[in-house]
Design a protein around this ligand. Structure first.
Ligand code: HAM
Length: 432
C-alpha cells in the first residue's frame, strides 16, 4: 500500500469546506457583476516568455515552469495579468472600457505560511482602455465593496500610493536612485528600521538619502489630509501626481469608500509592470500578508503588440481573506444545505419517494432520497448530517390514508399533509 498525500501548499477542499469557499466566490463575483465586469476564462498554462516580458525576477523565481513533450518552456500561471494583456492585444475589435473578472487558480513556489499557498485562487478585476482616475476609483471601490459585504471592512487597511508620486517626492528630496530604492521599499515592512537603512546604503545610497527615503515612506494617513501635507512639502515636479491623487480621493469619495482608504508612501508592490497607482490591503492588526493587491499598468498591453491600452486592476486573495474571516469568527460562511430529504419507510414505497423527489426538484429544491436501503433511524440521522431543512416521510400506512408526514428538522415538529397537496402546502409557506 502506498500512502500519497497532496503536495505541500496544495489543498484538498471537502464539501463542508468548499461550501463556504463557494459562498465567498459568489460574493466576489456578485460584486464584479454589480460593477459591470464580464467573466472570462483563460488557460492555466502559458509560455514562460509571457512572464519574462515584465513580471519581474521575483515572480519568475517562484513559477512552476517545465518543458513539455515538445520541448517548449511552459509555466503554470502565477497570476493572470500578463494573460489578460495578451488577450486585449490579440483582439483589436474589443470596445473599451473592457471590464473583466474571473476566479481561478494560480501557482507559485512560495514559502508556505498562513494565507500563502503554492496553489491558490485569485479573483482578478481589471479595466482596460481608461486612463482617468475614475477607473482607478472603480476598481478600489469594487474591492472595498467585497469586504463591506463580508462585514469586515473595518478590519482592513486599504493602502493606496502612486509610484510616480513617490518617485517625484523622493527626487524633490534629493534622492536620485529611486529605482533601487523602490525595490528595497517593497520589503520595508519585513525589516527593522535599521535594516532598512543598511540595505539602502549597501545598494549605494548615502546616509542622508537613505534617511530621506525612510522619512518619505513613513508618510501615511487619510488621503486628503496627506495630499495637503505633500503639497506643502513638494515643489512643482510632483504637482501632476499630487493632483492625480487628489482627484482619486474625490472619485473615491463619490464611490463612498474614501474613508476606508489611506495614502501610504511605503506601498510600491513587487510586480515590475505597474506604472502609477498601486494599492494593497492588510488586516488592521498587521498579522496577515496582503489581502489583495493591484495597480495601474499602462504599458503592459503595448509590450505584446502594436496596440497601447492603459489598464488598472487588482487580484483578490482568497486565502488571506479567509484567514481574516477566521480571525473575525465569520468563517465558515455557510454549512452544507439540503432543502428536503425524502425518507421512505419501507422498500415498497421507494418508487413513490422518487416521484415526490422529482416533483420537489422540478420546483427548484435540492432533494436527496435514500440510495442505500437504510432503515428509518439511519435515514433520519443522514438527513440531519446533510442539514436537511425538512424531511418528507413516505410510509405505506400513511399513503393508504392519503397522507404523508412532513418533519421540520429544526423544531422537530411533524405535520400530516394530504398526499396530493405537498407542493401546494410548500408554496403556501413560500418554501418553493
Ligand atoms: P499579487 O500582489 O502578486 O498581484 O497578488 C494579489 C493577491 O493575491 C495578494 O495580495 C494575495 O492576497 C494573493 N496571493 C498572492 N500570492 C499568493 C499565495 N501564494 N497564496 C495565496 N494567496 C496569494 C498580482 O497577482 C497582480 N496580477 C494583481 C493585479 C491584477 N494587478 C493588476 N491586475
Amino acid at each position: 500500500m502506498t500512502e500519497i498525500n497532496s503536495l505541500k501548499g496544495f489543498y484538498d477542499r471537502y464539501p463542508e469546506d468548499y461550501v463556504s469557499f463557494r459562498k465567498l466566490v459568489d460574493t466576489v463575483e456578485e460584486t464584479a457583476k454589480e460593477f459591470g465586469f464580464r467573466e472570462i476564462n483563460t488557460p492555466n498554462v502559458e509560455k514562460t516568455d509571457l512572464y519574462r516580458v515584465k513580471s519581474g525576477d521575483e515572480l519568475l523565481d517562484q513559477t512552476y515552469s517545465f518543458k513539455d513533450k515538445g520541448d517548449r518552456e511552459i509555466t503554470l500561471i502565477p497570476e493572470q495579468t500578463p494573460t489578460r494583456a495578451r488577450l486585449v492585444q490579440q483582439r483589436k475589435d474589443l470596445k473599451t472600457p473592457i471590464k473583466w473578472y474571473d476566479t481561478s487558480k494560480r501557482w507559485r513556489y512560495e514559502d508556505v505560511q498562513k494565507g500563502r499557498d503554492r496553489e491558490f485562487f485569485q479573483g482578478d478585476f481589471d479595466i482596460f482602455g481608461v486612463e482617468s482616475v475614475e477607473a482607478d476609483a472603480e476598481v478600489i471601490a469594487a474591492a472595498a465593496t467585497i469586504y463591506k459585504k463580508l462585514g469586515v471592512e473595518k478590519r482592513v487597511n486599504f493602502l493606496v500610493n502612486d509610484r510616480k508620486l513617490l518617485e517625484s517626492v523622493l527626487n524633490s528630496q534629493g534622492v536620485e536612485k529611486t529605482e533601487t530604492a523602490m525595490k528595497i521599499i517593497d520589503d520595508k515592512e519585513k525589516m527593522t528600521g535599521e535594516e532598512f537603512l543598511e540595505e539602502l546604503e549597501s545598494e549605494g545610497l548615502d546616509t542622508r538619502e537613505a534617511e530621506k527615503v525612510d522619512e518619505v515612506t513613513s508618510i501615511s494617513g487619510p488621503i486628503k489630509e496627506t495630499v495637503e501635507e505633500l503639497k506643502e512639502k513638494t515643489p512643482e515636479a510632483a504637482e501632476e501626481s499630487v493632483k492625480r491623487m487628489e482627484d482619486l480621493a474625490n472619485a473615491l469619495e463619490a464611490y463612498g469608500v474614501e474613508d476606508l482608504c489611506r495614502l501610504d508612501l511605503s506601498i510600491v508592490r513587487g510586480l515590475a509592470y505597474y506604472t502609477g497607482l498601486v494599492f494593497e490591503a492588510f488586516d488592521t492588526e498587521g498579522e496577515l500578508r496582503a489581502l489583495f493587491g493591484g495597480g495601474r499598468y499602462d504599458n503592459l498591453v503595448g509590450l505584446f503588440g502594436d496596440r497601447e491600452v492603459p489598464a488598472v486592476g487588482f487580484a483578490f486573495g482568497y486565502s488571506p481573506t479567509i484567514e481574516l474571516l477566521k480571525k473575525e469568527d465569520k468563517w465558515p460562511l455557510k454549512d452544507v444545505e439540503t432543502d428536503v430529504y425524502v425518507l421512505t419507510v419501507s422498500e415498497d414505497v421507494r418508487d413513490t419517494g422518487l416521484e415526490y423527489a422529482k416533483k420537489l426538484r422540478d420546483h427548484g429544491l435540492s432533494v436527496e432520497t435514500d440510495l442505500t436501503g437504510r432503515g428509518f433511524g439511519g435515514q433520519l440521522g443522514y438527513a440531519d448530517s446533510i442539514n436537511a431543512e425538512r424531511v418528507l416521510i413516505i410510509g405505506k400506512r400513511d399513503l393508504e390514508n392519503n397522507e404523508v408526514t412532513m418533519k421540520h428538522m429544526e423544531s422537530g415538529e411533524e405535520e400530516k399533509l394530504d398526499k396530493n397537496e405537498v407542493i401546494n402546502h410548500l408554496e403556501s409557506e413560500n418554501f418553493v
